[in-house]
Design a protein. Structure first.
Length: 315
């Protein structure tokens, strides 16, 4: 995996850091070819402004769009947010403006197709959006954040947004007896989608009450790798995550998915020790337990939120 430092918080500074992170892996050309349909999957979890650090920053998305288009490929942006309506979320966090500027389609994941899971001990299959399945390349652009249920969210977790609609909450309910069961589900779903490359936006990360109510913190980190478990292993180590907050890495290790031992990860670019954080604020874990009434309330609240967002947009 490759680590790059973003020392200059400007569009050009972010672009240089993205280039540096990808250069260590052979550049975008190693992963994208002319004429391919390329899904860019950022974290668009809610309608928060970029400075809240809850969503992938538009400057990171913009540079990746530029690189993909320069190769001669056709990018499109997609997600199925846990909360709210995708166009409204993308507008609030600045990604919609970037998509419009470069004439990149913004696709809401609402066309589920069933895909076999490579870990049948977890699930026989999952519903994944058709546009995800049909993409030639999936470039995953997650945000580095603390997470009140799983400890952290970055490369392994954020791809869950490729599951359309409230199916995510239903799986949450099915796997709510043990936190480790839900963590294994997320890793199994990640393996089903099989993203091509991960570029984690940890320039402004979120500590504390993530994934949406925490505090922004400047880390200046971009991390890139085809291996999500390797990315999350290195990031958790440099943030000194306690064992209790490594549920996803333990799940990946139990399933034999990816590399979870830093000593076996080829590290490129900036050394992880130069990013080491001594006082990252980890949230107390609330557990992943969901009840049926909670799922129903969640669905109803989200329907109301989407209705309100659509009314604001005049649709």
């Amino acid at each position: 995996m490759s680590l790059a430092r973003c020392a200059e918080w400007t569009p050009s500074g972010v672009a240089r850091a993205v280039d540096e992170a990808l250069r260590g892996l052979g550049g975008i050309e190693r992963f994208v070819r002319p004429g391919q349909r390329v899904l860019l999957k950022p974290n668009l979890v809610s309608a928060k402004p970029p400075e809240a650090a809850a969503t992938t920053h538009p400057w990171v998305v913009e540079r990746v769009i530029q690189l993909v288009q320069a190769v001669g490929a056709e990018p499109f942006l997609g997600d199925s947010p846990a909360w709210g309506w995708l166009p409204a979320n993308a507008r609030a966090c600045g990604v919609a403006a970037v998509a419009e500027r470069y004439q990149v389609p913004l696709v809401e994941f609402d066309q589920p197709v069933r895909v076999p899971c490579p870990f049948p001990q977890v699930a026989a299959s999952f519903y994944v959006d058709r546009r995800v399945v049909e993409a030639d390349v999936i470039l995953h652009l997650p945000k580095l954040k603390a997470h009140g249920q799983l400890g952290y969210t970055a490369a392994l977790k954020s791809i869950y947004g490729c599951m359309p609609g409230k199916r995510k909450a239903l799986w949450h309910l099915r796997c709510s007896r043990r936190d480790s069961d839900f963590a294994r589900l997320l890793v199994a779903f990640h393996a089903t989608v099989a993203p091509t490359l991960h570029l984690v936006d940890g320039i402004w990360a979120m500590q504390g009450a993530g994934p949406v109510r925490g505090q922004p913190r400047f880390l200046g980190i971009l991390a890139a790798s085809p291996d999500a478990a390797a990315v999350d292993t290195v990031l958790c180590n440099l943030l000194q995550a306690p064992p209790s907050h490594r549920l996803l890495l333990e799940a990946a290790r139990s399933l034999g998915f990816g590399e979870t031992e830093e000593s076996r990860i080829q590290l490129l670019g900036e050394p992880p020790a130069s990013f080491r954080v001594e006082d990252w604020e980890w949230p107390p874990l609330a557990g992943v337990g969901f009840s049926l009434p909670r799922v129903v309330r969640s669905v109803l609240r989200n329907l109301w939120l989407v209705h309100r967002q659509r009314r604001v947009r005049g649709t």
